[in-house]
Design a binder for this molecule. Structure first.
Ligand SMILES: *[C@@H]1O[C@H](CO)[C@@H](O)[C@H](O)[C@H]1NC(C)=O
Ligand SMILES: *[C@@H]1O[C@H](CO)[C@@H](O)[C@H](O)[C@H]1NC(C)=O
Ligand SMILES: *[C@@H]1O[C@H](CO)[C@@H](O)[C@H](O)[C@H]1NC(C)=O
Length: 271
C-alpha cells in the first residue's frame, strides 16, 4: 500500500510540470492561432513548435523567436523582416498584455483585424511594408495608449477613421503609400497653431486622399477646368451650328417661297 502511494507520488511529480512555468491560456491561444494563420517559407519561426507554444513565457526571453515576456505574459511581438506570408489572426487580441506589435517588412496579406481593439495596453502598432488590404479599423481608437501607428506601404483602402484623431498619445502616424481615399481628418493634421500634427509625409502616396497638409491636387483641378471648358465650348459650338442651320433653312424656304410667288405671278392673268 505504502509503496503504491509512493509510486503514485513519484509519477505525479514526473508528470506535473515545474510550477515555475505558468502558461497563460490567452497567450497560448494568441500565438498558436497566429502561427496557424501565418506561412513561414524561410523557417524564421523554427522554434514556434507545439511544445514551445504551450509555454510561450518559459523565461524572460521566450524560446519563441520574436517574443518577449514580462511577468510571464507576452508584452512584445516583433517579427520584422521574417518573410512571413498569410494573414493576421483575430486571436492576436488574446495577447492582452501586448505593448508592441511589430510585424513590419513581411508579405502578410488580408485585413487588419478589428479585434485588435481589445489590446488596451498596445503602444506600438507597426504593420508597415506588408500587403494588407481592406480598411483601417476605426476601433483602433479604443487602444488609448497607442503611441505609434505605422501602416505605410500596404494596400489599405477606404478613409482614415476620424476617431484616430482622438488618440492623444500618438506621436508617430504613417499611412503613406496605400490606396486610401477621402479627406484627412483635421485632428490628425492640424494643431492649434499653424504647424501640422503630422506632416504631408504621413499621408503621401495615396492617390485619392486629400486635404491639409497634402498639397492641393493641381492635376485634378486642372482636369476639372478642362472638362468644364470642353463642356462650355461644345455647348457654344452646337448653339452656333444649330443657329446657322436655322438661318440657312429660313433663307432657303424664303427663296423657295419667293420663286413660287414669282411663278404664281407669271401664271396669273392680268386684269
Ligand atoms: C516601423 O517599422 C519599420 C521597419 O522595421 C521601421 O523602419 C519604422 O521606423 C517603424 N516605424 C516607426 C514609427 O517606428
Ligand atoms: C487647418 O490648417 C490649414 C492651414 O493652416 C487651414 O487652411 C485649415 O482651415 C485648417 N483646418 C481646420 C479644420 O482647422
Ligand atoms: C515631416 O516630419 C518629419 C519629422 O516628424 C521630418 O523628418 C520630415 O522631413 C517632415 N517632412 C516634410 C515633408 O515636412
Amino acid at each position: 500500500m505504502g509503496f503504491l502511494v509512493l509510486a503514485f507520488f513519484g509519477i505525479s511529480l514526473l508528470v506535473v510540470p515545474s510550477p515555475l512555468v505558468v502558461a497563460d491560456p490567452d497567450d497560448q491561444a494568441c500565438l498558436s492561432n497566429l502561427r496557424q494563420s501565418l506561412q513561414d517559407p524561410t523557417g524564421k519561426l523554427a522554434h514556434w513548435t507545439k511544445e514551445n507554444l504551450a509555454a510561450p513565457c518559459r523565461g524572460v526571453i521566450s524560446d519563441l523567436e520574436g517574443v518577449t515576456c514580462n511577468n510571464d505574459r507576452i508584452y512584445k511581438l516583433s517579427l520584422v523582416g521574417f518573410s512571413l506570408r498569410g494573414s493576421l489572426s483575430p486571436f492576436l487580441s488574446n495577447c492582452s498584455n501586448l505593448q508592441t506589435l511589430d510585424l513590419s517588412y513581411n508579405q502578410i496579406s488580408g485585413p487588419i483585424p478589428a479585434e485588435l481593439q481589445s489590446l488596451v495596453n498596445l503602444a506600438v502598432l507597426n504593420l508597415s511594408a506588408n500587403s494588407l488590404t481592406g480598411p483601417i479599423p476605426p476601433q483602433l481608437a479604443l487602444c488609448t495608449y497607442l503611441n505609434i501607428i505605422d501602416l505605410h506601404r500596404n494596400q489599405l483602402t477606404g478613409p482614415i477613421p476620424q476617431q484616430l484623431g482622438y488618440l492623444v498619445r500618438l506621436s508617430a502616424f504613417d499611412v503613406s503609400d496605400n490606396h486610401l481615399s477621402g479627406p484627412i481628418p483635421p485632428l490628425l493634421a492640424n494643431r492649434s497653431g499653424n504647424l501640422p500634427r503630422f506632416n504631408s509625409s504621413s499621408f503621401a502616396g495615396n492617390k485619392d486622399l486629400y486635404g491639409y497638409p497634402l498639397p492641393p491636387m493641381r492635376s485634378k483641378s486642372l482636369s476639372v477646368i478642362a472638362i468644364v471648358g470642353i463642356g462650355l465650348g461644345s455647348g457654344l459650338l452646337s448653339l452656333v451650328i444649330s443657329f446657322t442651320a436655322v438661318c440657312v433653312w429660313l433663307r432657303v424656304t424664303e427663296q423657295g417661297m419667293a420663286a413660287e410667288e414669282g411663278k404664281v405671278g407669271q401664271l396669273m392673268p392680268d386684269y
